[in-house]
Design a protein around this ligand. Structure first.
Ligand code: C5J
Length: 204
């Protein structure tokens, strides 16, 4: 029986912190920091950097509650045998997670070769082993890896709540649309809330 509720759209989501994981998608230097892969593609990283502080507050609250915290990183083999013509190479500095949100010892880090956190990874196994049912989702980018991962999670029966100020896009119009489509039609594949309401629900 869930013993907490987070205010969200389209309606309040009940959850039990014991069966809830915080999933932080691809908060890697290359996406978020100036001079990285994202900026090299012509993007302004400022909206993504704005997600770091609220995500850090949610991360600290989740750690304090003893919740499972999982980080993902998008990237490819250093020999590039699984690589499309883009570069996010495991082991390189840009592939690493930003210092503010760096994984603590024991927090699983999922290295994923694609956009979704479940495809060709052991994320589902880890969540099942821990009895996770609900995912609080942060990370970048909202319309690509966050959206793909939330759709994958929803298909597998997980209830996902995405925190709007803890997810970011290089494109304001995509940020808006990506959040709107999650919660449309009565929450077609998830819920949308924000760090303030998540922290209140976690008693932080
Ligand atoms: C992209 C991601 N945008 N993490 N990756 O290529 O959203």
């Amino acid at each position: 029986m869930a013993n907490k509720a987070i205010e969200a759209e389209p309606y309040e989501l009940e959850f039990d912190p014991k069966s809830t994981a915080l999933l932080i998608i691809d908060m890697q230097r290359d996406f978020v920091m100036p001079g990285g892969f994202g900026e090299a593609l012509g993007n302004d990283v400022t909206p993504l950097q704005a997600t770091i502080a609220p995500t850090k507050r949610v991360l600290e609250a989740a750690r304090k509650k003893g919740m499972l915290v999982i980080h993902t990183r998008e990237g490819h083999r250093p020999d590039l045998t699984d690589c499309p013509p883009t570069t996010l190479v495991r082991g390189e500095i840009g592939h690493d997670i930003v210092p503010e949100l760096y994984p603590a010892p024991g927090e699983p880090v999922i290295d994923k070769p694609g956009k979704g956190a479940f495809y060709a990874t052991d994320l589902e196994l880890i969540l099942r082993d821990r009895g996770s049912k609900t995912l609080i989702v942060c990370g970048v980018t909202t319309e690509v890896c966050v959206n793909t991962s939330v759709r994958e999670a929803n298909d597998r029966g997980y209830e996902c709540v995405v925190l709007s100020d803890c997810v970011g896009s290089y494109f304001p119009e995509f940020q808006k649309a990506a959040l709107a489509m999650i919660k449309a039609q009565g929450g077609i594949f998830g819920w949308v809330s924000d760090s303030r309401r998540a922290l209140a629900a976690l008693g932080a």
